[in-house]
Design a protein around this ligand. Sequence first.
Ligand SMILES: [Zn+2]
Length: 351
Amino acid sequence: MLRILQKGVGLGFLLATCALPQTRFVGKAQWLGGAKAVVTHTIDDTTKFVPAAVDAMDVYGIKATIYVNTGSKLIEELWPRLRKAVADGHEIGSHSRTHPCKWPDTEEFCAGAYTDAEIVGSRDDILKNTPQPHVWSWCYPCGNCARYPFIQKRIAAAGYLVARNYQDEAKNGHLIPNVNTFAANAFDAAYTQVVQKKGGIAPTGNDDLPALNAKFDEVYAAGQIYNFMSHPQWLEYGGEAFYEAHLRHIGKRDDVWYVPLGPLYAYRELRESVEVKAQGKRFVLGTKLDRKVYDGSVTLEFVGKGKPVLDGVALVERAGGVVMQWKGAWFRRVGQRVFVTAPPAGVLEFR
Ligand SMILES: [Zn+2]
């Protein structure tokens, strides 16, 4: 026991394991699966380069939000690949129908450009053409209009949970916003950094591989959200080029949760909302949120010896490993600690 104490195991843990045979709820894990850190990726625009970018992500296990302009002529060619991407755990987000863009933007421009057709219409195009149950994510074309509360309200009213910005491109403000957790305002949401060559009206790109990797290393070490964005038309493909080399550096890590941006923001609300009520030896899980929108799982930490059973069905045990989805149910044991990942509805028992 002295040796255990020297390893820094708390008294509460010893009491739970020695004195209390019953399984005890400890708390909600910060990230799904008890991961140490999160990687989320977003790519913008409807171009012929989108499939190459998604193919590259799939090699390295990166999950992205694919922002498309649903009014583009190219979109019909892309829908089959986008449907496969949804099946593979990516998300399709809206980048409007027609990509209205003006530098610098004005309140008047935004009021006229952000019509129902652009905001609601593009959402409905995605729902019609993919099996996705909801459209969680919006991306402001050219980064325009993100700062206006009246525009943010229009985005929120259409059911989006997060709207990604692209700030101050003309002065390279978009390159490394360095936001490594949830944005203070989800409807003006920045990210960690851009990964792309020079493009658009930006003076430079951000494609120096050692610097890109070092930024990831910093966010990963801090257990935060590494949130990077790219334009597929401003990348280079092939294993040695900067984009894929960066994906290789950050991908397939056993202690990282790979998830698109929308489901990640939905997870924040879901995790917050979940109630765990102990009833004798059972735990009743519940949330008041709409499960069609908040369709993910949460990870709950327990201390005890039994095997978790949810609504009468024994959960599958997984060793630690890459977390590549935001749904599903399984458990992982680390000594006396049991990490149960499950939808937040049902009755959990340990047998
Ligand atoms: Zn765009």
